[in-house]
Design a protein around this ligand. Structure first.
Ligand code: IVH
Length: 675
């Protein structure tokens, strides 16, 4: 009897294990298609379902969680910094060349020393990122180091695991390979940098100057969850110490193991073709979604590599050809100061317009007083500006100071409102803290009305400026008392446009709480934190009375953010603005799930996409108010409630003529009485 029970439970365990293995394999394959091949074959929703299922089983059986499970991508925070470790094989660097002449020389020298007519080369893009060395054991990710000084690097294993194109388990063919050491470059895609910088600008944080700095800065973060949020990428180019006759064969093997590599390898045998390839890449580099600062030309044959050897620092069998950086000379007309939403002063170089990489540049951020001091840039200076692989132009260096020029000093008064500027010894920031500063007010309005915030259309720089200049608003709360007539009285504003703006302002009164929390523009609160807060606090009043201690208890909220929230709500100006919003009928609380009524009596809903609150909340509300929720769209469906990034249900509803509503319209029907 006992034996049969044991057999039964071991069978159950086997079943669970095989289900886990099957899920892991499916997720791994989907990750490979999505991150490495860039060809997803299932929807995000389907992927999430697989992932959730695996997480659920692993939660029930923590003893079955393995290091290579896709759920293990985010590890523990490091407290004492990174451990350093020695590289088993030194990480070399590459010699640089800057001209076609030097490439010809390189080829000639190699042919002379090998005493052969032609050499087979492989040419690869040189990704502008951070060099890493990664070890796999029996096909499973084991550890990863930064280059460091080439002999010793930082152990960044936990952070590397968050890099999604990096497989935690290689494909089957790698299992027999024992321990392998592969090298590559961690980098950040250009559009990822753009997005991160936009978010950082909104939080008044310093921007990353380029993708390399962003990747390096991210990899050095001690919190793997922050690294994961940076969406880093990786590309491998080398496998160490294995007996492939050719580099191109090794690359093919890495490709077969599921590692992202430049594939298929580009082989070239004549100098002319090498130069032609360089020309092609120079043109093509700007069409890529990652920064490439040159090409790497490598001898393909491993035996030749052995003969050619290396110097202390770099191999003799490879060379980097660096693209000419796009630089230009111009003159600083002025250093102006921009005042942001939270009063931070940012110096901006205003320059004589100059063409660089196809666009005309006339302004470049100088970031902060420290950067100005480093460059010692002054009004009237001749400077060198650069736009490499990066999108943001920057001042690289001063070529010549203008005659009798003086060192730039940050102003002690706000250039817009004249209030004293606050600067603490040892800090980089300079701030205008006057609540009445028009520059801050304008920036606040632009933030409040922006898409991620209250999504009020028609607000641009000019309209915000006019409203401020004409004293029509003292804070964003005043937007709700504007009339179409007020707006059409403004210069160059037609009646129709004015009506549209008022309509959009009205519509925003029903925005969900996460949008409102974000729209307030509380320092350090981005879209994600606003969403977290809206899931915990069901009204503005609730959040405004939360203590720093309680806030710090929330996941992802540290003491700085908590303090920032408490400070914000303690301001007199904040209280006045909230009062105005309340009076105007802006819904300042979420849906209270306990409210029961008949608003949705007999109505059938289908829900798709991401909503501001968990789906369960909407289902609960619909059901408590007499409606029901179905999984799929049919003729019987009354409403499709569609959030962001909706799925195929949307198309189906459109085809069947089902009424499609967004969250605002949902609230409109519901007319929540929970305020
Ligand atoms: S091969 C001996 N291939 O550039 C080093 N390196 O400036 C052989 N890099 O340390 C490296 N893309 O981190 C190679 N396709 C590529 C590369 C590449 C970027 C980096 C690598 C190297 C640095 C040298």
């Amino acid at each position: 009897m006992r034996q049969s029970k044991d057999t039964e439970s071991s069978q159950i365990l086997k079943d669970i294990l095989s289900e886990i293995d099957e899920l892991k394999e499916k997720i791994r394959q989907r990750d490979y298609e999505y991150y490495v091949l860039d060809k997803p074959v299932i929807t995000d929703e389907e992927y999430d379902k697989l992932f959730e299922k695996l997480k659920k089983i692993e939660n029930e059986h923590p003893e079955l969680v393995t290091a290579d499970s896709p759920t293990q991508r985010i590890g523990e925070k490091l407290t004492g910094g990174f451990r350093t470790a020695r590289h088993k094989i030194q990480m070399l660097s590459l010699d640089n060349t800057y001209s076609y002449e030097e490439i010809k020389d390189f080829d000639r020298k190699l042919r002379d020393s090998l005493k052969i007519e032609r050499i087979e080369y492989v040419v690869e893009p040189k990704i502008d990122g951070v060099a890493v060395s990664v070890t796999y054991r029996e096909g499973i990710f084991s550890s990863g180091l930064t280059r460091g000084d080439g002999l010793e690097g930082d152990d960044i294993s936990e952070n590397l695991k968050t890099v999604r194109p990096l497989p935690l388990r290689l494909k089957k063919c790698a299992e027999s390979m024992g321990e392998i050491l592969v090298r590559g470059e961690v980098y950040m895609k250009l559009q990822v940098l753009e997005k991160i910088n936009r978010e950082r600008a909104a939080k008044n944080q310093e921007l990353f100057a380029n993708t390399r700095n962003a990747a390096a800065g991210s990899l050095k973060n001690l919190d793997p969850s922050v690294v994961a949020s940076r969406n880093l990428d990786i590309m491998f180019h080398t496998i160490i110490g294995k007996a492939w006759k050719k580099h191109s064969l090794a690359v093919a093997k890495l490709h077969e193991c599921g590692l992202p590599v430049f594939y298929p390898p580009v082989k070239i045998t004549t100098t002319e073709d090498l130069l032609e390839e360089c020309g092609k890449w120079e043109k093509k580099r700007h069409e890529l979604d990652y920064a490439v600062d040159g090409l790497v030309i490598k001898v393909d044959d491993m035996e030749f590599r052995e003969i050619l050897g290396q110097t202390m620092r770099s191999p003799k069998w490879a060379i980097a050809y660096k693209f000419p950086t796009q630089r230009a000379m111009t003159r600083i007309i002025d250093i102006s100061i921009q005042v942001g939403r939270t009063g931070f002063l940012t110096p901006v170089a205003v320059m004589e317009p100059v063409k660089l990489k196809g666009s005309t540049i006339s302004r470049a951020s100088l970031y902060n007083a420290d950067e100005i001091q480093r460059l010692d840039v002054r009004k009237g200076d001749d400077v060198l500006i650069e736009k490499g692989g990066e999108i943001i132009p920057k001042v690289v260096s001063v070529l010549k100071h203008a005659g009798r020029s003086e060192k730039f000093k940050m102003p002690d008064k706000c250039p817009v409102c004249g209030s004293p500027v606050v600067h603490y010894e040892g800090e980089t920031a300079y701030r205008c803290i006057s609540p009445a500063c028009p520059a801050q007010l304008k920036a606040k309005i632009l933030h409040f009305t922006s898409r991620g915030a209250m999504d009020i259309t028609g607000f641009g720089d000019k309209l915000a400026q006019k409203l401020v200049d004409n004293d029509m608003v003292c804070d964003p709360g005043d937007l709700y008392s504007l009339s179409a007539a007020d707006l059409s009285n403004l210069e160059r504003m037609g009646e129709k446009s004015a009506q549209n703006i008022i309509f959009s302002i009205e519509k925003s009164k029903n925005n969900p709480l996460n949008k409102i929390f974000y729209a307030f523009g509380i320092p350090n609160i981005g879209v994600k934190t606003a969403k977290t807060l809206s899931e915990i606090y069901s009204s503005v009043d609730d959040l405004s009375s939360a203590s720093a201690e309680v806030l710090t208890g929330i996941e992802d909220i540290g003491p700085v953010v908590a303090e920032s929230i408490v400070d914000y709500f303690s301001l007199k100006g904040t209280k006045e603005m909230i009062e105005k919003m309340k009076k105007a009928g802006v819904r300042l609380s979420g849906l209270r799930s306990t409210h029961a009524g008949t608003a949705f009596k007999g109505k059938i809903f289908v829900i798709t996409g991401t909503l501001s609150l968990p789906r369960g909340k909407f289902i609960e509300i619909i059901e408590k108010n007499g409606g029901s929720v179905s999984d799929s769209v049919s003729q019987k469906t009354d409403y499709l409630l569609a959030g962001e990034s909706f799925g195929s249900k949307f198309e189906k509803a459109k085809k069947l003529g089902v009424k499609i509503i967004d969250e605002n319209e949902f609230y409109g029907i519901f007319k929540t009485p929970s305020v």
